[in-house]
Structure formats: C-alpha cells, structure tokens
Unconditional design. Sequence first.
Length: 547
Amino acid sequence: MIGAAFTWHAYRFTLASGFDLFPGPRGDTRLTAYLVEHLYQVALNRAHFLSPAMFYPVTGTLGYSDTNILYAPPYSILRIMGLDIFHALAVTVVLFGYLNFLSCYVLLNRILKCGVLASATGALFFAFSNPKLAQPDHLQLQPLFLLPVGIGLLLIFFRAPRHSSEGRAFVVLALAALAVDVQLLSAFYVGWFFLVWLVLLSALSLLVPDTRLIVLGALRDHRAAVIGGAIVFLVGLIPFAMVYLPAVNTVPWSGILPQYIAEPRSYLLLADGNYVWGRVTEWMLRAAESGPDWGRRVGVGLTASLVWIGASLNAVRTILRHLRRPAAAGAAANEKPRTELVHLIVALVILATNLVVFAGLQYRGHTPWTVVYALVPGAKAIRAVARLSIVMALPMSIVFALATQDALGYFAQRRGYARAVLSGVLLIAITFGCLEQQTTGEGQYFSIGRENERLNRLSAQLPDDCAAFYVTAAPQVDDPSFHDQNSMHDAMLIAVKRHVPTLNGRSGKNPPDWSLRDVDSADYEQNVAQWIRRYQLTGKVCRLALE
C-alpha cells in the first residue's frame, strides 16, 4: 500500500487523466516509444532486431542507443490487447515504478530482515529518489527492479550454509548473472554502473581480512557453481555484444563531456518543482548564471545527506578498526557476531559507493573520471556520468533501511515517554526525507490523444508506393535543438507505423557522415540527395512535409 501510494503520487497526472497524459515530457520519451515499438515489431517478424527503420539504409543502428528490452514483454502484451504505442508504454512505465519499489522492499524485508517501516523507507528512496524523478524524459533509466534482484541472489549465495547443494548455488548465481546481463542489455548506463560498483565492492571485500575469508571460503566451497555462474554471465553477454559491437566499430567515441559530470554543487540541486527545495534550486541556478543543468540535479535532500555523511564517518571507523586487529583464522570469521560482520559489510558498501560518486565528480573541469575513462572497459561509452546517482540509490537505500532498523531497535529499549518521542521524531524525519525527493511534476507530460491524432494524420499523408522517405521542416518552437529532435522522432514513429524506413533518425549516436538532423538547414535537401547517391538507393524516396 505504501508503494502503491507513492506510485500514484509520482504518476498521478497520468492516472487521473485515464492515461491520456503520458508520464514524461514530449522529448526522448518518444525515442523510447519508437525503440520499444521496434522490439514489438521484431516479435511479430516485421522488423530486423539489430536494424530499426531509421538512418536508412544503415544497418546495426540499434546499438546507437539503449535497447530498452525490459519494456518489451509487458509492452507487447498490452499491444496485443489492443493498446496503442503510447498507452502501452505509459502503462508499462507506471508498472515499472511500482516494481522498483516492490523489488527493493522484498530485498530489504525478506533477505535483509528489516521491518516494514525500515524496508519501506529504503525502498521508497530507491524507487522515487530525486536523481531518478529529475529525469522523466529518459525512460531507459526507469526500470531498475533487476538490481535488487541481483543483490538479493548474491546475498542468498553467500549466506547459504557451507555444505548446501551445489546445484542450488549454481541456480542462484546463474539467475544473478542473467539479471545483470538483462539490465546491461536494456539500459547500458544502469548495468554498467552497477557492475562497476559490484566489482569495486568485491575488491574492497578482498582487502579486509574478515570479509576476504568469507568471500574466498564461499567461492572455494562452491567452485563448480561459481564457474558455472561465470559461464552463464559470459554467454548472457552474447546478445549485448551482437547489439553494440557493430556500433563500436563504426561510430567514434565522443570523449569526456564536462556538462554531464556532476559538480559538488550538483548534490544541492533538485528537480524543478521540488516540494521542499525547488526555490533554492532556482536561486542557485540563477546565481550561477548557468543553464538548467537538467542532467546533473542529483541532490537527495537534507535528511538523506546528513544520514549518509554520518554513516560514511562511521564506516571509516569500522573499517579501520577491523584492519588494525588480526584476522580470524579459517572459518572463524563466519563465527564472529553477526552484528559485527553486518556493520563491516555495510561499511564496505558505503565506501564502494562513495568511491564511485567521487570518481564521477568534477571541479572546474578536473575529474577522476579521466582515469576511469582511460582504464575501465566500457567507460568511454558513458557520457552522462551524473546518472550514476540513480544506480547508487540502491546501496544508499540499503544503508537507510538498516539505519532505520537499528534506530527502531534502540528505541525499543527505551521506556514509556522517551520511546514514544524518539519514535515520533524518527517518523517525522522519514516523512520529511521522502518529501524532499518529491516534485510537483508540473509540465512533465503530454496528451497521448493529441499525439496519436497528429501522427495518424501525418502517417496517412505518406504515399503507399514509397521505398523510403524523409521529412521536412516541422513548426518552429522556442528551442531549435528540440525542433530537430521533434522532427526526427516524427519521422521514426511514422516509419514504424507505416513499415517504411526513413532516412532520418535520432539516437545516442549517428551513422558516419550522416547530416539529416537539421531540417531547417539551407542545404538540407542537398544533404538528402547526397545521402541517396552515396548509398545508391533504388525505389521511390518520398518527401513528407510535417505540420
């Protein structure tokens, strides 16, 4: 009920409109709609998986962006049931918002054994934190529910008795591997940041004697299961390689883009319309005389920040205390008091998270990300580095849940009036912390009815004998870059509706020497003719004027 209530709040405009208002602005949400509809057309055997009907006749263009494959199953079912593109996607987005909460809640409540209040606190932060709500335009960042699944399965593996079934251990690790593979294929940023954090946490665990004994002991006791799980992970990467290797081989890296890397002040900025800090964010942006800084509003509010700073200081003390004393011999590490080991593991989780966040910071153009970019596989594909905050919300939610549980345990030992007062203060702090993440959401939606009416009208204007087509200028809007983006999305959606490929397109990357995005350019028609000659296109290439 708690998760459903916050899901309703996050998508209340969509739900109250009977799903006429799409949950996100009319920008990159339409790119996601096109890509997810492409996957549906692939399932119907009407399209080639690796080559959406854009940038025609270039092939392998799916790897220019996220595949969004997690959307495909529920979206396809809704399409089969008769829903149109935008209604099916809107329902799926709302469903995923709730699944994010539910997945994290199950991790915290059933596996980490936190109570209802503590589990709900952590799960709400994970599913509805400001860094995530501040980017409603990027739907590929919305489905995060496989991350808690992966962590939960790994915890089940390491917490299993030493002599548990090898087959059971393999199944658990194989499912964890597939969860990461699917998340990586669906949204590269989310999967990549999660893998980097997981590898870093593993490395830190091996540096501390007590946790090293536990990790190596589990790996030794279930060597066959670990090898099998690793094989499943590598095999599961084959679809990922099929999608992205063609793009890697043909499209150059863009290099580090400072405008997408968080600054220290970014952790003070929240989304427009934030209930608590919206006006402070507006004032800070005006004072800095900078742009809207859409991709770097990664603040989490006062309550979460103070708790995290306190937990970080305590984590340093905990790790130093364990490093100063001799390690337990053999299996004795497993026999240490459970609370002591939990505190150590949580401290390592905090340290790994802080290291990832620090690597993604810049100060006046100087950033540790330069080292990550040069040395870590896949880092060169990351432009919007600040998005790591969305993934780091998972370890933060775990820490917040455990901190809440510890506080409740401490309060339970108090008597009478003191316990009631302390519990009330905690509840107020949690409520305020959750409120700090929320936004009014004003203006972050568009009418599905009007969108369908317009696209259907434009689609009907495309002649039936076209082998391919391109679009010409749409009505001008205030933002010229949005004008180009809008025209490209129109072309792509018309292409998928009419099953006719378009020379236009928009994605995270462009084909080499493609220059058909600026429909207002004086030499746009010349560029179209040059593209047609370059690829020696046969058949009728139609010109569609947008309205």
